[in-house]
Structures are given as structure tokens and as C-alpha cells.
Design a protein around this ligand. Sequence first.
Ligand code: S3P
Length: 167
Amino acid sequence: MKDKIFLLGFMGSGKSTLGKKLAIKLNVNFLDLDQFIEEQQEQTIQEIFKTKGEDFFREIERDCLKQVIALPDNFIIALGGGTPCFYDNMELINKSGVSIYIKYNKGILAHRLMHSKKNRPLINNKNQEGLLEFIETTLLKREVFYDKSSIILEKNNLKPEDIIDSL
Ligand code: S3P
């Protein structure tokens, strides 16, 4: 593997799950940016949002992205849903490796997120209607960044093999 591989996409698109499996198949390490942030800050993402706010989180996220990029090894990195959409992060990502957008439509995302919103501060207090509305408006803004990915994969039940085939 020649480059770092960045998996990106909206919350609930399965970046971490897929990234772990892909790393096993390619025999490289896996790194989850949210987890990297939590370890460095000694706080959960939820706590960071609550005590320090989103702007602070985005600064830390940017700083951690730079640190991860500076690591000498090549590995699979699962980004947070918002990572590519702040500062010039997406340019930085594309300069540093292969970016893969795992794309799902808003209906599928809403369905997946309804059951896993507890630890996600941007959506954890939303009902079904509020969640769908949030996905609709946020996805529209974020896809401008996501669409700059080197590879875009849109498929239900995406498997690591599909990613490998696309490389
Ligand atoms: C966020 C997504 C989360 C996490 C934070 C903010 C976002 O990561 O970084 O809660 O802005 O979409 P996941 O995409 O892994 O849930």
C-alpha cells in the first residue's frame, strides 16, 4: 500500500467498521480519528462538545488530523463525519493520501442513525423528524466537500473487497 487511505462520509456510514475490516485485509494498521482525539484529550467526544463546545472540537480535530498525517506509516484512517468540512482539511487530506467517500442517501443514514445517536452530540437529542431534517440540511452542505474525494463508493452493504477493487 503506497498511501494513507482516508475513509470519510456522514455519521452512520460505517467508516470505522469498514476501516477495521479493510485494514485486516490489507494487513495495515487502522486509526480512528475520533478515538485519537478522545485519547489525546482524555475526554469523550460527547464531553468535549459539552464542556468546550463545537468550535474547540473542530480546532482539536484539525490539529489531530495534522498529527495523524505526519505519522510515518501508511494506514487506514476513519475520519469523523465533519472532519473534511472544516478549514482546508479536505485539501490536506487529498494531498496526503487516497480519500474514499462512503456515500449513502439521507433515508438510509436516518435509519442507521436512529439507533446509534446516543454518543453523537450533534444528533443525540433529535427525534425521527428532527434527525431527518438535520441530515437533509447538513448533507447538502457537506457533500460539497465529500465530493472532492478521490473515490466515491455508493452501494448498500459495502464490503472491504469493494474498496480494494476501487483502489
Ligand atoms: C461528527 C461526527 C462524529 C464526531 C463528532 C462530530 C460530525 O464522528 O466526529 O461527533 O460533525 O459529523 P462519526 O462520523 O464517526 O460519528
